[in-house]
Write a protein that binds this ligand. Structure first.
Ligand SMILES: CNc1nc2c(CC[C@H]3O[C@@H](OC)[C@H](OC)[C@@H]3O)c3nc(N)[nH]c(=O)c3cc2[nH]1
Ligand SMILES: [Zn+2]
Length: 380
């Protein structure tokens, strides 16, 4: 069934269709409607922080099946400026990407700047990592910047609570993030764009439940789950998902921010997560590590000097279809840019294909056995 809530004149575009449940898990396969297309979930979203997914072109992203890619408001606000991107016709035009775009609000970067930042009810003052200038982001400024960028899905301005954090700090910060979410909603006046709230609560079950319930009552078209994948043990992350996801509306998308490796994806899908982003595949690719269904393969290692097989014989990506481990290792050792392009293409393809396989398993009602088989062979 198609659910597309209309909030006043603002058409909610992250509508949810075909949420299919399977087994005891909360795994579901859905369809996300946006102005740039209808996209299948579960989905992995390649990260293009500064309006480019490092080392790959929009054409290559399309070929490997990317649907929605990420960009980051914090970075684009500082450079080149979001007004410039608006003048260029918006982010889709600027980076020549006609698929979906989601922009993060910059909350994470501002707060990961450590002592250089000052947080008040109004927002966050921080020093630019580019030129050291004093900058300030508030919900209103972050939403205005994202409206300039013109992404299909934008995120409320939030504080990503560091790990570990005292209960009292997590409580006050989570309550402020909810007030900031309301301010983000009021500042969001661009139709044709879905604003997602971000659930916080640190690693405290009760705060996670309060955050989710408060944000659901503000009625957003979709929900990010923030404050995770910040160094906590994986079982703690799963416990927070268990507390949070069931409180979120079934017919709206859930986006687990900053996650992750395939073992985390398959567990999070089981809890009912639909969308993921992570710099891991592109970041590890740049130092010569490839992702495979049995774990990481460090192509740069001497062991592969004369290995004329592809990274993964069953992989359909451009790198595995045309080049050997020996060749890619040679390029990486010689600091040839094409080497890290090939590992990046492979890693992105691997995660995009992995989420496609999970979707198929859910639709065929065999997700739980898919998960068992995968985890049995994957070494973290
Ligand atoms: C890795 N773990 C993790 N990432 C996280 C991000 C995205 C980082 C953002 O920074 C860039 O990647 C480094 C990406 O920017 C495109 C991403 O969206 C988060 N963003 C917000 N607004 N709130 C959170 O609570 C939050 C938590 C995270 N945990
Ligand atoms: Zn491959």
């Amino acid at each position: 069934m198609l659910t597309c809530a209309f909030a006043g004149q603002k058409k909610v575009l992250a509508a949810y269709e075909e949420a299919v449940k399977c087994g005891y898990s909360g795994a579901r396969a859905g369809r996300l409607h946006t102005p740039h297309g209808v996209f299948d979930t579960p989905m992995f979203m390649p990260v293009g922080t500064q309006a480019t997914v490092k080392a790959v072109s929009p054409r290559e992203l399309k070929e490997m099946g990317a649907q929605i890619i990420l960009s980051n408001t914090y970075h684009l606000y500082l450079r080149p400026g979001t007004e410039l991107v608006a003048e260029a016709g918006g982010l889709h035009r600027f980076m020549d990407w006609d698929g979906g775009i989601l922009t993060d609000s910059g909350g994470f970067q501002v707060f990961s700047l450590g002592p250089l930042r000052k947080i008040t009810e109004e927002g966050a003052a921080f020093r630019s990592h580019i030129d050291g200038s004093t900058q300030f982001l508030s919900p209103e400024i972050a939403i205005k910047a994202q409206m300039n960028l013109g992404a299909d899905i934008i995120m409320a301005f939030d504080e990503c609570i560091p790990y570990p954090a005292e209960y009292q700090y997590a409580k006050l910060s989570t309550e402020r993030t909810t007030r900031w979410a309301e301010r983000s909603q009021k500042a969001h006046t661009r139709s044709g764009q879905a604003l997602f709230a971000i659930v916080q609560g640190g690693m405290y079950q009760d705060l996670r439940r309060v955050s989710a319930n408060d944000l659901v009552s503000l009625d957003f078209p979709g929900y990010g789950i923030g404050g995770l994948s910040v160094g906590e043990p994986k079982p703690v992350m799963y416990e927070m998902l268990e507390q949070t996801v069931p409180l979120l509306p079934e017919n709206k998308p859930r986006y687990l921010m900053g996650v992750g490796t395939p073992d985390c994806l398959v567990e999070a899908v089981r809890y009912g997560i639909d969308m993921f982003d992570c710099v891991f595949p592109t970041r590890v690719a740049r130092n010569g590590t490839a992702m495979t269904k049995s774990g990481r393969l460090v192509v740069k290692n001497a062991a592969y000097a004369k290995d004329f097989l592809p990274i993964d014989e069953n992989c359909g990506c451009y790198a595995c279809q045309n080049f050997s481990r020996a060749y890619i290792r040679h390029l990486l050792k010689a600091d040839e840019i094409f080497g890290l392009r090939l590992t990046t293409i492979h890693n992105l393809y691997f995660l995009l294909d992995f989420t496609k396989k999970m979707r198929q398993a859910i639709l065929e009602d065999r997700f739980l056995s898919f998960r068992e088989e995968f985890l049995a062979q994957y070494c973290k």
